[in-house]
Design a protein around this ligand. Structure first.
Ligand SMILES: *Cc1c(COP(=O)(O)O)cnc(C)c1O
Length: 416
């Protein structure tokens, strides 16, 4: 099946008992077996079956199968949040003394996880410029255990050369982890450009309606765990082959950390996936039009949208995302006061810390998501005082434009 069909039918062919066409929400903690022997066999992996929803759940399985198909992977584990997905991956691949190489200008929560939380466990992260591939190669050493990038860095909007960075990772025999939250499988399948593990915050475009937090981990099958740099996973691969990374996660780190999704939330993600292809087209079209409108506006200081033809990343956007720049952009009105005044004047767009909703959303990153970082750190991450981040929704573009137009006018009147 083609992606547009998989997003609706993948992983579920209808409920065999009731005929329900929506994936049933299997709202249960545990699963009963008739005999003590049957349950013992499931625990020992001798028979298939569900044990406990912290480890696996049928509604969540349907989501995992659909995401595996959409990302062209070999398997998936859905998590309670995007952060749970990233934390689980990194904790399964690193130990005290190991190092991560990550791009700068990525999601603030991920930066904090790498710097603060993992730093406490002596796993150190080397941050390098996402746009400058050579910096990744220079940062590799024998303690490096993984490379981490976002397809489009949020909020700096840098587009890394995924294939070249994958080549660097593979030369060092370590996996490349790619966060595909902002682009989704409908703009790029990172597997096609060498990515080994794909992570998502499904809270964003995949959910699409701001109704549930979730995440996902997909093994693309590109990395050879049998010859890899991880002894425990290598040992397991003797028994389970290429699924060793995910098996190790599900039966150890994921199980032990407790980052499982609620079945209801898996249902909401499945429902979101059904309309994702059409929504991504409209997000992209509206964002492109809004970026062009802002770029032509005399009062706007700057616009950063990789989908603009004069963006320094335009070549990579064409190569990686077939020319689509996605639904996120940032722009500046000169200073913080005007940014605040603009946000306060909006009537349609919502001011909140989320992205990927059907609704147009704005946020002032420096005073919200990035408020814990110093100005110098913020600038390194690509966050400036005058920056407004916009997650462009799928409303009629004329209504979005009118809202932005009147709010820019008011911001300049109020701050004259
Ligand atoms: C939101 C986000 C995350 C974290 O996901 P949560 O679901 O909020 O935990 C990770 N990466 C990116 C790119 C994000 O936008």
């Amino acid at each position: 099946m083609k992606p547009d069909t998989l997003s609706i039918h993948g992983g579920f062919a209808g409920d065999s008992i009731s005929g329900a066409t929506a994936v049933p929400i299997c709202q249960t903690v545990s699963y009963a077996y008739k005999t003590a022997q049957e349950l013992a066999d499931v625990f020992h992996g001798k028979a298939p079956g569900y044990i406990y929803t912290r480890i696996a759940n049928p509604t969540t399985t349907a989501l995992e199968v659909r995401l595996t198909l959409l990302e062209d992977g070999i398997g998936c584990i859905a998590t309670s949040s995007g952060m749970a997905a990233i934390a689980s991956v990194v904790m399964s691949l690193t130990r005290a003394g190991d190092e991560i190489i990550a791009a700068t200008g990525i999601f603030g929560g991920t930066v904090s996880l790498f710097e603060n939380t993992l730093g406490r466990f002596a796993v150190n992260t080397n941050f390098v410029d996402a746009a400058d591939t050579n910096q990744f190669a220079k940062a590799v050493n024998d303690r490096t255990k993984l490379l981490f990038i976002e397809t489009i860095g949020n909020p700096r909007m840098d587009v890394p050369d995924i294939q070249a960075i994958a080549d660097i990772a593979h030369k060092a025999n370590v996996p490349l982890v790619v966060d595909n939250t902002v682009t989704t499988p409908f703009l790029i399948k990172p597997v096609d450009f060498g990515a080994d593990i794909v992570v998502h915050s499904t809270s964003k475009f995949i959910n699409g309606h701001g109704t549930a937090i979730g995440g996902a981990i997909i093994d693309t099958g590109n990395y050879n765990w049998r010859k890899g740099a991880f002894d425990d996973i290598k040992d397991l691969s003797e028994r389970v082959g290429q699924l060793a990374f995910l098996a190790n996660l599900r039966n150890l780190i994921y199980r032990d950390l407790g980052g499982c999704p609620a079945p209801m939330n898996s249902f909401l993600m499945l429902q979101g996936l059904e309309t994702l292809p059409g929504r991504m087209v409209k997000h992209d079209e509206n964002a492109k039009q809004l970026a062009q409108f802002l770029q032509a506006h005399p009062k706007v200081s700057w616009v950063n949208y990789p989908g603009l033809t004069d963006s320094r990343f335009n070549d990579r956007v064409i190569k990686l995302f077939a020319g689509r720049g996605g639904g996120l952009l940032t722009f500046g009105l000169g200073d913080k006061q005007r940014a605040f005044s603009f946000i306060d004047s909006l009537k349609l767009a919502k001011n909140l810390a989320n992205l990927g909703d059907a609704k147009t959303l704005v946020v002032h990153p420096a005073s919200t998501i990035f408020h814990e970082f110093t100005i110098a750190e913020q600038n390194k991450m690509g966050v400036t005082e005058d920056m407004v981040r916009v997650s462009v929704g799928i409303e009629d573009f004329e209504d979005i434009k009118a809202d932005f137009q009147q709010a820019i006018e008011r911001a300049f009147k109020e701050t004259k």
